[in-house]
Design a protein around this ligand. Structure first.
Ligand code: ADP
Ligand code: ADP
Length: 237
């Protein structure tokens, strides 16, 4: 469903973020991208939902040429390819459920997130997503009163509420303590297995990658140096 063909990204200052990447990822895979800082993990993941533009090659998602998308099409596409950030990107001073419901309306005005009313249906959808990550009991608490791990799960629930086919996550557990990081990885695993969503995450923590993902892609200097099932991923990577 995600296909990179000879994809390169050269940043305006000449840095090669990606160097001739060829990859195919199928629906329902759980892929971890590993590599040292600066290897190109973020660039790779951000290219998929066009947070960065590739400079060479072809990148398609479900046969849609990502580079050709504009305006409304691009916004729609980004709803089907949900992105989760290390920094959560939540509105801190409003309730958890408001943050999750904000995903339900494309380009929701900020003021509606803060003050708007939501339908019963929107509330149910948000609660269901929160349940999926085990924090429905926190729905009506102010978001900034949650721990980092809980906020990461809210962020995951918000992305789930928009019912994407793919979940992309850029270092989703880097800021979390080891126990919480495992819990968040378990959430990704459940979502992958139970909802058959494709999950693609950047993670510098190799043990967590090996424990939860099915497939490992290792990158170095913008190139893929290993791509295969976890079982074949040996210490040379
Ligand atoms: P990783 O996520 O593995 O840490 P990145 O994808 O962030 O790696 O970066 C890959 C390479 O591209 C690095 O050398 C980084 O310094 C460079 N890079 C990333 N973003 C930019 C940018 N906006 N401008 C110039 N170089 C960048
Ligand atoms: P991450 O790897 O999680 O993206 P970084 O600290 O590497 O975090 O980068 C933070 C931001 O700075 C990113 O948006 C990245 O694209 C940009 N960036 C990274 N390296 C460079 C660079 N050499 N020049 C300019 N921008 C960069």
């Amino acid at each position: 469903m995600i296909k990179f063909e000879n994809v390169s990204k050269i940043y305006p200052n000449g840095t090669k973020g990606l160097d001739n990447i060829n990859l195919e990822i199928e629906q329902g895979e759980f892929v971890a991208i590993i590599g040292a800082s600066g290897a190109g993990k973020s660039t790779l993941i951000r290219a998929i939902n066009r947070l960065i533009d590739i400079t060479e090659g072809s990148l398609t998602v479900n046969d849609i040429d990502v580079s050709s998308l504009k305006g409304k099409e691009l916004r729609q596409f980004r709803r089907s390819v949900g992105m989760i950030f290390q920094s959560y990107n939540l509105v801190p001073r409003v309730s958890v459920i408001r943050n999750v419901m904000s995903a339900l309306v494309p380009e929701m005005p900020f003021i509606r997130v803060l003050l708007g009313t939501f339908s019963q249906e929107e509330k149910m959808t948000a609660l269901k997503s929160l349940e999926r990550v085990g924090i429905a009991d926190k729905a009506f608490i102010r978001t900034d009163q949650l721990s980092g791990g809980q906020q990461q799960r809210v962020s995951l629930a918000r992305t789930l509420a928009q019912n994407p086919d793919v979940l992309l996550a850029d270092e989703p557990v880097a800021a979390l303590d080891p126990v919480t990081a495992e819990r968040v990885m378990e959430d990704f695993k459940h979502i992958n297995e139970e909802l058959n969503k494709t999950v693609l995450i950047n993670i510098h923590h190799v043990e967590l990658a090996l424990k939860y993902a099915d497939r490992i892609i290792a990158v170095k200097k913008g190139r893929v140096i290993f791509d295969g099932p976890v079982a074949e991923c040996t210490e040379e990577v």
